[in-house]
Each structure stands twice: as C-alpha cells, then as structure tokens.
Design a protein around this ligand. Structure first.
Ligand code: NAP
Length: 648
C-alpha cells in the first residue's frame, strides 16, 4: 500500500523544542509587527491584528513600525503564550490563510493600503504557499532540450541563477566566468568595508532560505560565500569554466548557432557552439581609472577599489583615495583607523540615507525566528522590499514647474533634501567648512543614494582624515596636486572611481545576423527590448542588460529572477516550437527604447543639475537605468508575448 507523503511548507519554519526562557529571549530581538503576522499563521486568528496593537508607521529598514516599548512588551507576552502552546502541540504546519486576509496582513504590516495590482507579485515573491512560482517546469521533451546547448557569460548572481534554471529545464549549459570564483561583483569587490546596501533578507534569491545572514547588510566575504554555497548546493560548479573570458561571439545563420570564443587563463582560445547565449556580465565590473596627468610617475602602489591589493599593509601609510561614491564611502571608514593619513579626493558630494542598522549584526533571536517561526522570514522579506518598491520612483519624478531645479525637482524631493540635510548636519555639528563640503549641491537622490549609519562623516572628522573637494591637476611621484597648487603627499593611491557602466557588454565583440556589430549598432545608446533581447541578435538574451539597473529601489536579484523566468520561457518557445531562432520585432524594440527614454527624462537622475553621474552617457542621456515601476517590469516579463518576436 502506498502512503501519500506530504511535505511541510518550507516557509512554515523548522519545528523546535526551544525552552520558554530561550523563546522569551529571542522575542526581545525580533521585529514585533512581523512576529504578529507569524502569530496569525500559528493561530489562524485575524483578530490579533485588528486590535490596538499595531505598527504606527513605515520607513525603509525601520522594522518595529515605531511601536512603543509598552506595546512591544505586550505583544511579546502574548507571543510567548502562543508560541509555547504551538511548540507543545509539536509545531504543526499552520493552515493556509485565505488570500483576502493575506492582503489585509500586507496592508497592516506596512501601514498603508497595498494596491490590488501589487498583490500577485508580492504573493509570488513571498511564496507563502511554499511553491517557487519562478521555477522552470520539468521538460516535456528531454531529447529536444539536450540538443539545445546554451552558453552563459558570467557567474555572478544572475549567471548562477541562469545555471540553476537551465538545469531545471534540462538544457545543457556552460557558464564561462573570467574570474576564478563565483559571485561577480561580490567576488571582485573585496575592498575593506565592502557590503551590500539592500537589506540581505531581501537581497538574496527568493527560493533560498535567508536565516543565516550574520548582518542585516552583509559584508563581501559572507555574500561571496552565499553564492558559493548556492552554486554547490545546486551542483552548478561542474558547468563552469573558470578564469575564462568570452572575447567574442558571432551568430552563424547557416547553423543557427552562436560561435562563442573563450580565452582561458593560459591564453588558449576555444570556440564553443551554442543555440542560445545568455549574457550575465553585469554593468559594474570594468574598472574605470580616469586619466590624470602624471599618474604613471607615481612611485608607490596604486590600484582600483575592485582590484584591492590585499598584500599591501596600509598601516602607517599616507593613503590618497581618488573618488568617493558607493565604494569610497565604504572604504574610508574601514581603513581610516589603520592608516597614518587618509586624503579623500571627492569631486561630487553624495546624498546619504539614514540607516542605523547598516552595520548591525543579526541577533540570535532574529535568526531563531527566521528559522522557526512560521512565515516570519517571508513577511520580513516583504517588510524590507515594500518601502523600496516603486515609492522611490514616484519621488524621483520631476515637477517641471518646481522653481529651483538645481536644489530640488519637486516638493517631495525638497522634503527629502531637508531630511537628508538634517541627517548630515546633525552629525557634523558646528563645522561650517565641512558642512559646505559634504552637503550636495544637486537634488536629493539625483545620483545613487548611499546608506549611512554615520560612519562616513565620523571618519571625515578624524584628525588623520582630510576631505578635498578641489579638482586634481596632476600626480607626482609622491603626491597629488590639486588645481589650486596644493600638494598632498601620499604613499599609496586608491582609485575608487567606479566602472565603465555605460559600455554595456564591453569589451566583448558581439556580431549578430548579417555581420552586425552590436557596439556599432548601439554606439552610446545601448538598448534591448525589456532589457533582454535585441533585433538582429537571435537567441541572444541579456540579464541585467541595458535599461535594467535600479536606482529607485527593488533589488537586482529580483530583476534577475524576472529576466530569467522570461528567458526560460523564450527557450521553451524556441525548443517546443522547433524554431531555429527568435529575436524581437524591430518596431517593438524601437518603441520600447523611445518610451523608456521619454520616461527616464522625466526623472531626477536625468536632470542637468546632476553634473557627474555614472548613469549618464557622453551626451548626458541615461540608457542603463530602469525608469519603470517594479510591478510593471514584473508584469511585462512574466510571460513573453509571442507576437513581440520574429521566429524562424
Ligand atoms: P561611483 O559611485 O561611480 O563613484 C566613483 C567616484 O569616483 C565618484 O566619487 C566620482 O565622482 C569619482 N570619479 C569618477 N571619475 C572621476 C574623474 N574623472 N575625476 C574625479 N573623480 C572621478 O563608483 P563606485 O563607488 O565604485 O560605485 C559604483 C556602483 O557600484 C554604485 O553606484 C552601486 O551601484 C555599486 N556599489 C554598491 C555598493 C553597495 O551595495 N553597498 C558598494 C559599492 C558599489 P563623481 O561623483 O563626481 O562622478
């Protein structure tokens, strides 16, 4: 006789026998509003969230909903009783909750009505039913898939995801990775202080548990280890060619294949044949070192932030750091205590967003809750996601009638400016000279806003740190000289000067149908339909392609999951339809690009008041960022529309 085995919902939490005291201790640590939703799952009682005890407001990374200490204590006492009883009953899997109540719980947690149009996306993202809706269905025709090899370029977060999904689909694949390890940006950027600035309980794959992070914004080694662990868990490593760089790929119409030239570490070049290519190369991995007169004469070590020289001991050294965007902002606080002198050359001041938890450790109580309390982790994920889900886009919209566009682009933007300015000045105290240097002169959020817990400004007020806002004129063997003739002596130069973000897919040579060279086609204006496909480049798919970088919220991992689901379905359409190739219709591509351009011009990042920004190309236009709401991108990429494509 066969017995039906039902699997416990993987988000229902691992059963536990934790003692009363240990539960009570854990509850001191957790997000109380999130805990209350877990209690609703455990008890099935919606009245728990319909009374007096509730969050009072929402702010990114404020996970206690501004509840009073008394109210939190009351919830903890109630929770202890409920959780103790749940434990004593053997932690049975909670019954599913009706969709209407789930929607009520969403709105309750974030203290505002979550519009209906967001609910399907959020339900999918939270996976409260335990199912990974973005998983690829098991293949119907295995033989057809086996005859459809795919090459993935890059093994950062998106390339690894591509590998996982291709494996699920039964499609043979090779991932070509120029580095010797997995993680992409989290492999390359090992500079001191490197950490993510999107909360980790959201910045991770939706289908992987996230109960292990030791910090809310993990540092680079932990992030790299995460991707390593996922790679090993899914057995993707055996498909990867390490230290091998794709130098070119050319479409061969006769065989409907891509000929991918890959150069190994020993210099040998091999040609791989693929029915489809997925580019997962990222936008931020080709270091930009600006040309500065005399830089080759510098006598000491100099290197880019993404090429950190870990053999070099900075103790007692005079270090000059040129550039202070997202990377420099993290490096300075991490090295200031070690070096003799740190001189930071910053061309443009940065806006920063207050985030007291930026360097905070995840306490053992939170980790216990993530692991054991039903759906706690999924609601926590939503709580981190929601404040950055499209609100930033509304706030980025330019009001053309707003009077002083150099200062702010709208009333909302002015309020943001005031909040950020208050945050900065409250830390600097009465040092007008420093305030003048650190308060930006362009609209708030006009560049990528940085997360800040005060460490940057604290660093700048140290005796051994100087912030220089005067332009650099030239470099001498032992000094950097600014345009006012001031000499700043240094032993080491760190270039925290960013990446060639606008040179999308550079320096690969990509040749499509009829010998069309992608770089020539694009010039300064890279584009892809939905950021994924390009006419004339059949069976070529981009992840994190043009127009998909995010400045307004969300997470690139979320975007990658949208893109890979779309690409998987395109591959299905190709294979199941017996087609040789697919590419987007020219009119669809042009319409998309024109619409995206029209939209991005209405947003703060495009404004002329933002003079220097890696989002902008040589003409001051933006082609790398998404101007779209997260919910729209999710909707548009949910299922490819066959009529958008030309199949052959
Ligand atoms: P970045 O934000 O582009 O900053 C580069 C810095 O170098 C800026 O201060 C820039 O000045 C300066 N610079 C560039 N060219 C210059 C020139 N010719 N002369 C003088 N100064 C020059 O680069 P990044 O700091 O490496 O960060 C890039 C992106 O990586 C971020 O926006 C983010 O998307 C990602 N990132 C994320 C994290 C994180 O998650 N925590 C950390 C690091 C990086 P201007 O501002 O005047 O252009």
């Amino acid at each position: 006789m066969q017995r039906e085995v039902t699997m416990r919902n993987r988000h229902a939490g691992e059963p536990f026998t934790t003692s009363d005291d240990d539960i009570a201790a854990a509850l001191l640590d957790v997000s109380i509003p999130t805990l209350m939703l877990s209690l609703v799952h455990i008890t099935g009682d919606p009245e728990l969230i319909r009374g007096r005890l509730k969050p009072a407001g929402l702010f990114l990374n404020e996970v206690q909903g501004y509840m009073s200490e008394d109210d939190k204590a009351e919830v903890r006492a109630l929770a202890l009783d409920i959780i103790r009883d749940y434990r004593d009953r053997g932690c049975p899997e909670p019954a599913p909750i009706a969709p209407q109540l789930l929607h009520e719980m969403m709105s309750w947690l974030v203290v505002e009505d979550v519009p209906d149009e967001y609910v399907p996306m959020l339900m999918e993202e939270m996976e409260l039913d335990g199912a990974d809706a973005r998983q690829v269905a098991a293949p119907a025709d295995i033989a057809a898939r086996e005859a459809f090899p795919v090459v993935v370029i890059g093994c950062g977060q998106s390339g690894l995801l591509a590998g996982i999904r291709l494996q699920e689909a039964g499609i043979p694949f090779t991932i070509v990775e120029k580095n010797s390890g997995v993680g992409g940006t989290w492999w390359e950027n090992s500079y001191p202080g490197a950490r993510v600035d999107v909360g980790n309980h959201f910045y991770c794959y939706s289908f992987e548990p996230s109960d292990h992070w030791t910090e809310f914004f993990a540092q680079q080694p932990e992030l790299q280890a995460y991707f390593q662990g996922v790679m090993e868990k899914y057995g993707i490593d055996k498909h990867i060619r390490w230290e091998t760089e794709v130098i070119s790929t050319r479409w061969d119409d006769a065989s409907s294949t891509w000929k991918v030239q890959a150069r190994a570490a020993d210099g040998s070049v091999e040609t791989l044949t693929a029915r489809a290519v997925i580019s997962a190369v990222g936008q931020l991995n080709r270091p930009n070192i600006p040309e500065i007169a005399g830089q080759e004469t510098f006598a000491g070590p100099s290197f880019h932030s993404a090429r950190w020289d870990h053999d070099l001991d900075l103790a007692g050294k005079r270090v000059a750091m040129i550039g202070a965007g997202a990377s420099g902002f993290q490096i300075a606080p991490a090295i200031a205590g070690e070096v003799q002198q740190l001189t930071v050359f910053q061309r443009t001041a940065q806006w920063m967003f207050p985030n007291p938890n930026y360097h905070a450790a995840v306490g053992p109580g939170v980790r216990w809750a993530l692991r054991h309390l039903p759906f706690y982790g999924r609601w926590y994920r939503f709580l981190i996601f929601w404040p950055g889900c499209d609100k930033g886009l509304q706030a980025a919209r330019v009001d053309p009638d707003y009077p002083d566009q150099q200062r702010a682009v709208s009333e909302t933007n002015e309020l943001t400016r005031q909040m950020f300015t208050d945050w900065i000045t409250s830390q600097v105290g009465d040092d007008p000279e420093l305030i003048a240097k650190v308060v930006p002169d362009y609209p708030a959020t006009g560049k990528r806003t940085l997360q800040d817990n005060g460490s940057w400004l604290r660093t700048l007020t140290r005796d051994n740190v100087e912030l220089v806002r005067t332009g650099i004129d030239h470099i001498e063997p032992d000094a950097i000289v600014t345009v006012d003739g001031e000499r700043y002596e240094c032993d080491v130069i760190v270039y925290a000067t960013g990446f060639h973000a606008n040179r999308v897919l550079w320096p690969m040579e990509i040749t499509g149908r009829d010998g069309t060279d992608l770089r020539t086609l694009w010039g300064e204006r890279p584009a892809a339909y939905l950021g994924i496909t390009i006419p004339g480049f059949p069976n070529f798919f981009c992840m994190y392609g043009p127009g998909t970088n995010l400045a307004h919220g969300g997470s690139l991992i979320f975007h990658s999951e949208c893109q890979m689901r779309y690409i998987s379905q395109c591959l299905d359409a190709l294979i199941d339809g017996g087609h040789r190739s697919m590419e987007p219709r020219q009119d669809k591509y042009e319409e998309w690009h024109a619409r995206s351009q029209a939209e991005i011009r209405k947003l703060v990042w495009s404004q002329p008041s933002v003079k220097h920004s890696f989002f902008k190309n040589a003409y001051g236009e933006i082609h790398v960022l998404s101007p779209w709401r997260i919910v729209d991108y999710w909707t548009w990429t949910k299922t490819p529309e066959p009529t958008d494509f030309v199949f052959s």
